[in-house]
Design a protein around this ligand. Sequence first.
Ligand SMILES: Nc1ncnc2c1ncn2[C@@H]1O[C@H](COP(=O)(O)OP(=O)(O)O)[C@@H](O)[C@H]1O
Ligand SMILES: [Mg+2]
Length: 465
Amino acid sequence: MMEAAILDAVNGGKLAQLAGLSARYADPAFSVAHGGHVRTIAAGHYTVAGLSKHVRLGEFVAHRSATGIHLGEVVRVEPDIIYVCPIEPGEPIGIGDTVIRKGAFRVAPDNSWCGRTINSLGEPIDGKGPVGRGLHPRSIANTAPPSMTRSRVEKGFRTGVRAIDIFSPLCLGQRLGIFAGSGVGKSTLLSMLARADSFDKVVIALVGERGREVREFIEDTLGEHMSKSIAVVATSDESPMLRKMAPLVAITIAEHFRDQGDNVLFIADSVTRFAHAIREVAVAAGEPPIARGYPASVFTELPRLLERAGPGVEGTGTITAIISILVDGDNHNDPIADSTRGILDGHIVLERSLAEEGRYPPINPLSSISRLARKAWTEDQEKLVSRLKSLVHRYEETRDLRLIGGYRAGSDPDLDMAIKQVPVIYEVLKQTPGEKPALDAYADLANALRAAAGQGNPQSAIARR
Ligand SMILES: Nc1ncnc2c1ncn2[C@@H]1O[C@H](COP(=O)(O)OP(=O)(O)O)[C@@H](O)[C@H]1O
Ligand SMILES: [Mg+2]
C-alpha cells in the first residue's frame, strides 16, 4: 500500500507529494495500525471489539467496505468495546467487519487553498479541481497555545461597519459573538465583517446552513475578497459528524496561516448549529443530557474551539474570531448563548424590533459590548461614545412618554439634545451589504451631526447665504 503510493508519486514526478507521504509514514501511528471487529450496529453508531486499549476518545478509526474506506470518530470507550460515530451514515457495514485505528483526523492546509471551498474532509466542493496538500498535516483536535506564551491583544482594526467601529470597536485576536434570533441579520452582518481590510486571510466555517445561503454568502458577498478566503462548508442535510467537524477544520486552517505570521479572520456561522451537531453525536453515543438536552461535551468543546482563536505565540500572527449564536425565541438565557458569552471578548446583540423598523444592521448599541474597545478607542473617542450612549439611552427610555405627548420641549436640555441627535445617529448607523465599507465611521457621524445642526439652526442657514 505504502510502496504503491510512493511509486505513484515518483511516476507523477510529484516530489512535494512524496515528501508529504514520507513525513506521514514517519509517524509510527501510520506504520502500525491496531485493528478490531464490528460487534453491534445501531442507527447513529456502531461498536467495535478489540480496540479499547489502543484508541482514545475523539480519535478516528477506518472501516473498509465494498464502497471504500469510511472514517468514524471514537465517541465512547468501554473496557471491551468502543462506540464509533461514522462520518457518513448509511455506509454498508456488517458484524465482524475489520476496523483499524487512524489516530487524530488531520488536514494539510496549503497556501493554494485560498479562494477555494471545501467540505469537512478537506475535499474541494467548488468544482475547481483538486486542492494541493500542505507539507504539514495538522490534527483538527489541536489545542490552543499556552496562555502565558501568547502575545497580547491590543491592536485595534476597522471593520467598515459603522455601528461596530463606533460603539464596540474590535482588536486583532479578539473573539466576538453575534447574538440574535433567526432571520434577524446575523449572516448578513458576518458577510459584511468578512470584508474588513485588515486581514491577510479569511477562513469561514458555514455549519448547518441551507445550500442556497452558502452560495449566496460565498459568491455574492465575498466577491473580490474570495482570493484570500477559504470556506469550509457542512450544510444542514449533511451528517452531524461533518457539521461538527467543519469549524474544527476551519480553525485548523486558520492556525496554519497564523503560524505563518498572517492576521486571520475566522468566521463561524453558526456556533449553535455546531453545538446541535455535537449534541446529536453525543446522544447517539449515549451521553446523558445535562442542560436543555445538551450533554456535557458541548460545554467542553465550545471553549476548546474558541480558545484556539486569539493571538498566537510571540512572533506569529493572530486569529480574530467572529461567530454567530442563535438565540431561540429571543431567550438570551439559552445554555449555548450563556456559555459562549462567558468565553468571548465581546458580544453584538441584534434586535428583531430594529430589523422590523428597517434599521439594518439591527445592532443594539447599548447592549452590545467589546471588552477590548478601550484599546481601540482614542481617549476622545471613548468620551464621545460614552456621551452618545447616554443620549441614546435617554432617547429610548423616554420613547413611550414622548409618544403619549408627556414631554414638552425645552424642559430638559439633555433630552432636547437627544431628540435632535439620536435619529441622526441611527441614520448614520444604517448600512446595507451592498454599500462600501466605511473608511472613517467617526467622520461620517460628525459630518451627519454637523449637517443636521446646520439645517436646524437658522443662524447658520443665514451665514451660508
Ligand atoms: N444590513 C442589512 N441591510 C438590509 N437588509 C438586511 C441586512 N441584514 C439583514 N437583512 C435582511 O434580513 C434578512 C435575514 O438576514 P440573515 O442575515 O439571513 O439573518 P440570520 O442569519 O440571522 O438568520 C436578509 O435576507 C435581508 O433581507
Ligand atoms: Mg443565517
